[in-house]
Design a protein around this ligand. Structure first.
Ligand code: WQD
Length: 340
């Protein structure tokens, strides 16, 4: 049974990917420093899958420890690298923390496996900024990042592309996520924001459960159908399944290049107000919201052209906005009744 290393595997997308890897017959080892996740997720994963994945608490910035880990796990056939800091606002306040962590961890990981590696890299649609053409394809130019966080994703992709160009033994797929939302159907794992959620959907569910006040809609004067900003929301379980498809593509060695990029979205744009309406419709909960000013750094509208992932990864998102909202709500209710 092939063994896959999932760095950041106790995190939101990482934990859902661990479940889908298990479902696809892979053995999993998780490395995480628990700086932005809760170890109880490991028990939740055991409940969902019937076995607790091997877990090693490790700071990937510690070069010697990462090297020792790789030497002790020479049977790892692929790596899915989620471990990174990802809070846009915090990255503006603490840029060095983000550049150090997100680059040291990536470089240490590649070096520890002597660049002989199948690597799936967690990237983001944030590399596009505000695209000139929509839907945005993988060929669209990247734009100057709005935050150090976004810049770490852009530069990491360049590091990987330039390294792959001179390292045939390193095979990489960068996955550019649009907006991951929702939770596993069991409601045992989901998004665990620390503090006041910056992202829309966790704020919605915390507002609906009474942990937060009304939602502030950041701007309704955009050039969109209802004036609020447009995003391509994708269910986290669909996103997780795409990572299994990427690992399988790397194993099959069918790619023309040892560095590839795929958009992971639904190909559909949804406004903030439409998300609010979808949540109310799918849960029966009434939301309170107010209209505020635009949020610094926000793009007006972005959604992905996802044909490349469909044609070459054989993957397409299957879950719609209603399931995204109902699963996110079920997870929020689980957290209320079973506080972590
Ligand atoms: C979505 C829309 C907000 C909160 C971020 C990162 C991106 C990626 C996904 C990691 C925007 C509006 C939000 C609120 C609101 N993360 N909003 N009221 O900013 O599109 O993307 O998460 O890769 O890199 O930038 O997601 O959920 O914060 O915002 O009106 O209370 O909801 O203005 O239009 P975003 P988001």
């Amino acid at each position: 049974m092939a063994k896959i290393l999932v760095t950041g595997g106790t995190g939101f997308i990482g934990s859902h990917t661990v479940v889908e890897l298990h479902n696809a017959g892979y053995e999993v080892v998780i490395v995480d420093d628990l700086s932005n996740s809760n170890p109880k997720i490991l028990q939740q994963l055991e409940t969902i899958t019937g076995q607790q994945p091997e877990f090693v608490e490790l700071d990937l910035c510690d070069e010697a420890k990462v090297k020792a880990f790789a030497e002790q796990h020479s049977d790892i056939s692929g790596v899915i690298h989620f471990a990174a800091f990802k809070a846009v606002g915090e990255s503006v306040q603490k840029p060095l923390k983000y550049y150090r962590n997100n680059f040291y961890s990536l470089i240490n990981l590649i070096n520890a496996f002597n660049s002989e590696l199948n690597l799936v890299f967690s990237s983001s649609c944030t590399v596009y900024g505000q695209p000139d053409v929509l839907p945005v394809t993988e060929l669209a130019p990247t734009k100057k990042a709005e935050s150090p966080y976004g810049n770490t994703k852009q530069i990491a992709e360049e590091i990987l592309q330039e390294t792959c160009a001179v390292t045939p033994s390193l095979k990489v797929i960068s996955l550019r996520y649009f907006n991951p939302v929702g939770a596993h159907e069991s409601a045992l794992i989901g998004e665990l924001p620390i503090g006041v959620p910056q992202n829309l959907v966790p704020f919605i569910t915390q507002s609906a459960i009474g942990k937060r006040g009304p939602i502030t809609v950041h701007g309704n004067d955009y050039d969109t159908v209802d004036g609020s900003a447009v995003r391509d929301y994708i269910h986290v379980v669909d996103l997780a399944k795409a990572h299994v498809a990427a690992i399988r593509r790397l194993e099959a060695e069918k790619a023309a290049s040892n560095y590839e990029v795929f958009n992971l979205g639904t190909g559909t744009g949804t406004t903030v107000l439409q998300v609010i309406a979808a949540f109310e419709e799918s849960t029966g909960e009434k939301l309170n919201y107010t209209i505020g000013g635009r949020r610094d750094g926000d793009v007006e509208k972005v959604w992905g052209d996802v044909s490349k992932a469909s044609n070459e990864l054989g993957w397409t998102a299957e879950l719609g906005i209603a399931e995204m909202m109902s699963s996110a709500w079920n997870w929020e209710k689980y957290l209320r009744d079973n506080p972590f």
